[in-house]
Design a protein around this ligand. Sequence first.
Ligand code: ATP
Ligand code: MG
Length: 557
Amino acid sequence: MTDATEKTATHFIHEIVEEDLRTGKYDGRVVTRFPPEPNGYLHIGHAKAICLDFGTALKYGGTCHLRFDDTNPEAEEEEYVNAIIEDVKWLGFDWGEHLYYASDYFEKMYDYAVELIKKGKAYVCTLSPEEFKEYRGIPTRLGKESPSRNRPVEENLDLFTRMKSGEFKEGEYVVRAKIDMSSPNLHMRDPAIYRIKHARHPHVGDTWHIYPMYDFAHCLEDSIEHVTHSLCTLEFEVHRPLYDWILDELDIYHPQQIEFARLNLTYTVMSKRRLLELVKDGHVNGWDDPRMPTLCGLRRRGYTADAIRHFCDTIGITKYESLTDVALLEHCLRDHLNKVAMRRMAVLNPVRMILENIPEGEVKTCTAVNNPEDEGAGTRELKFGREIYIERDDFMEEPPSKFFRLAPDRSVRLRNAGFVTCTGLEKDPDTGAVTVIRGTWTAPEEKVKVKGTIHWVSSEHAIDAEVRIYDRLFTVENPMDVEEGADWKDTLNPESLKVVTAKVEPTLADAAAGTPLQFERIGYFCADPDSTAVKPIFNRTVTLRDSWAKIAGKPGK
Ligand code: ATP
Ligand code: MG
């Protein structure tokens, strides 16, 4: 546990926690929670909340609960529960025995609502949803009291019991907290706390015909679990008076709600509703499509948990809404991949090269370093012979002055394997495309003076692989910022996925899904979960070029 007297806070939330530890406000306890609604997959925005919730507990020797906020049976599914558990674990966090479901507290919540009714602090309202809205008013116009507002307690209790037993239709009645119809805060104008829903709940089945509203449920969940600091995003700031009101009226254990700015990322949409739309309309191939900002999508793309945690640390926690450049996330990713990725050779757009001084059938070997950043990663042996594949772009028949790769009568270094000199070429007579480059090979000991290095694979030994070149899913920084009448989906990037058949070194045949790889000179990749030895598939995680340093150095950013 951190010494509470020692200032180590790096943001305002940790300052609050440290102050509470110092004053003994919660007897030295720190209990946070991450409360996803299981109505979709987690995204990179959730990662910010997860790192804050679990990170705070870890830093101050407390606990963090994983709680499914499953109060809305219609949108929620078991599939999402399992995916959320997998994602939080993958990010590297552990809730121990503290896995909870809000729906397990439904009985208690019901009792609390009864208590409010008995105290004259809640009532059963007959207004229709339209009337409800009309009566509530707008911030600049006072609300009107519902004709049900002064219904006697006994009658309220009777109606609530009958709501519970399923006697009424949906929308016929709601229970409302009796607060203040003239409050400038609409959330305080007698908000609904219970509604009728004849829906089967994925966790508790058909037990209930009434379900608590988010605002009523959430503070009770926090209170029941004895959470100390309930961290949530800024949009809940206006709900805080209601959070406090409910707990104060019930006079029960009272955690402190603290709000922080949510993560927004360029070239990305983040709300689960929009992500679901992308999945349903087939713009992507499921929630775990490597172009999705979901944690399962990022994982399939080759993001590491380490990189995401580092990113969340770097962006910090503030009270101000902002838009974070996705280049920063990619920068954190490259930073980690550079340290851990195995270097491999792959030729994405191959052209044959014949090394005429190597006799047919002769096999040469060379040694390649697996990761120059990590000596422990060792080396591997590569074979090659008379014919190799090189990248089509690494050859130019008539090179401009700044082109340092292969051209007629020029030599380049072959990565890990000596040098080649181009002595001739063959072209397709119809298209003019180069079909074969001819050349000679020189052993590495001979030290040819060259200006460039190219990668290659051996024609005899290389295997075919499908390589999926992913790019950003949207063409604009803020896809939601479209002109009126335009559809945000019009900004989808039609080039976000290109598939090529590449030639890759044979050691890649059994690459495990997700293991970070660097295809030398090309980018970071990883094997897709659908990859097999017979049909290897690789996803491009990110290019090698880091645009963040340039962006970060720009004035105004
Ligand atoms: P969305 O708005 O994307 O649909 P949500 O807020 O409805 O997400 P929840 O399941 O309710 O999703 O979120 C669980 C927790 O994650 C909440 O505490 C919420 O504040 C937090 N969270 C959601 N999106 C972000 C984000 N972009 N940045 C930081 N925290 C987030
Ligand atoms: Mg939500």
